[in-house]
Write a protein that binds this ligand. Structure first.
Ligand SMILES: [Zn+2]
Length: 258
């Protein structure tokens, strides 16, 4: 994913170099013809025209191109990608995958109840910021009930009888990616969230921190029952795209596979 970001920068650097070279060329021409007033006035118009039209067009079209490529290149396949998509049909390439950059969730106004309170570095940083902002606005601390789960943790849940519409298969849990948390707020139980304003607040703001509610529509679309407590980090640009299109992750993947 970081490679995608780096690649998308190169066309912009190329265009900037091109614009700078063109500018230097026009300035040299201007200096060379400075002793003929007629030519100077013509050159000034050319410079102004170049920047108002040609350069702007080139930069805009390149930004659009880079954006388009970038959207198309969200990586839903590699295990380490922030956009790795998991379902019964889309499973981990390495079923015993363990993220290499897990860190402790460390926000001031979070209550940790999870057995393994870890997320991948980027997800943990974003979650800490989201939880703090949630606390400032709602005056409630988030409870983290579950975060990272190993392959064995998920296997245990499934072995204990958690059904396939409630729990992911052992090779298809977003918790194994180190990118998902199950949360609720201190003074409410899970099932009163719909009326507490908690869910509205999360739905309106979580994407700004790169989080989505993976299972937010119906089992037919997402493969699982709605899970209002389950929030998954996918990186801000992708979370924002899903938010703007009002799509669940599963819906987006299906629309891109068609
Ligand atoms: Zn979960």
């Amino acid at each position: 994913m970081w490679q995608t970001k780096e690649r998308s920068i190169f066309p912009s650097i190329f265009v900037l170099c091109f614009v700078l070279l063109a500018f230097v060329f026009v300035v040299i021409q201007n200096i060379a013809t400075a002793d003929t007033p007629k030519d100077v006035s013509y050159t000034n118009e050319t410079i102004s025209d170049f920047f108002e039209n040609t350069a702007t067009d080139i930069i805009t079209s390149n930004i659009n191109l880079a954006k388009q490529k970038y959207i198309q290149e969200f990586d839903t396949v590699s295990d380490y990608s922030f956009q790795k998509y998991l379902s019964d049909k889309h499973v981990l390439q390495n079923r015993k995958y363990e993220p290499a950059d897990l860190v402790l969730i460390d926000a001031e106004h979070v209550v940790i109840k999870a057995w393994r309170p870890y997320l991948r570095q980027a997800a943990a940083t974003a979650f800490d910021e989201m939880a703090e902002s949630f606390y400032q606005e709602m005056g409630e601390e988030m409870y983290v009930l579950s975060a990272y789960r190993t392959y064995q943790d998920q296997a245990r849940l499934v072995d204990d009888g958690c059904s396939n519409t409630r729990c992911a298969k052992i090779w298809a849990s977003e918790h194994q990616l180190g990118l998902a948390v199950d949360i609720h707020v201190a003074t409410k139980n899970w099932y009163t969230h719909f009326s507490s304003g908690y869910l509205d607040r999360m739905n309106e703001n979580a994407h700004k921190y790169g989080f989505i509610n993976t299972y937010r529509k119906w089992p037919k679309i997402d493969g699982k029952m709605k899970e209002i407590w389950h929030w998954r980090y996918v990186w801000v640009p992708f979370a924002t795209e899903l938010h703007e299109k009002d799509m669940s992750f599963g819906e987006w993947v299906k629309s891109n596979e068609e």
